[in-house]
Design a protein around this ligand. Sequence first.
Ligand SMILES: Cc1cc2nc3c(=O)[nH]c(=O)nc-3n(C[C@H](O)[C@H](O)[C@H](O)COP(=O)(O)O)c2cc1C
Length: 186
Amino acid sequence: MGMPEAQPRTVNAAAAPDFDVQHFRRTLSQFATGVTVITTRASAEMVAAGAPPFIGITASSFNSVSLDPPLVLWSMGTRTNSLPMFRDGTHYIINVLSASQMDLCQRFATLKGDRFAGVDYRLSATGLPILTNALAWFECHNRSRYDEGDHVIFVGEVERCGVLEGPDGPLVFQSGQFSTTTPLEP
Ligand SMILES: Cc1cc2nc3c(=O)[nH]c(=O)nc-3n(C[C@H](O)[C@H](O)[C@H](O)COP(=O)(O)O)c2cc1C
């Protein structure tokens, strides 16, 4: 399909880091995030070669960007196998996981083969998997991509989204551990 790549507008030189990668990881990991599974479809060529029709990855890099137009972002490591499918596809779905979906979090981070086998989902307007019991979902047009360091930043334009009011809280990831939220007393 070959979509044009957006380029960063400014790149300013920084001093060399005064820390190693391990320290950087540990420092970053203090920031609590939700957890998403982002889904799209495999290319026709890959399916013809025997690949499963849908692909998905666990991602905690999701965030909001703009209300009008409705934009969100997430980032993907350049060494992720499914990067070409996400880069070249027209749409993806961002599924926000609930606390009862830790199994899906692990599955979509590590499983080789068909990650959707035995997983419940329905198809979105553009025919992509919306996971059953996800807290929320965003159906995004693959608007732009920015190569930055060892990741590609994806900006998605939300065409449809939905909330599922369930009994479960969000799945939260912080300092390498999973938990859920407890409201604080005011
Ligand atoms: C909690 C959690 C958050 C993750 N967040 C991201 C992320 O934001 N971006 C990313 O590229 N990989 C992230 N990963 C790792 C990917 O899920 C993993 O590398 C990917 O599923 C590998 O897919 P592949 O088989 O296509 O290479 C995360 C993993 C976990 C467990």
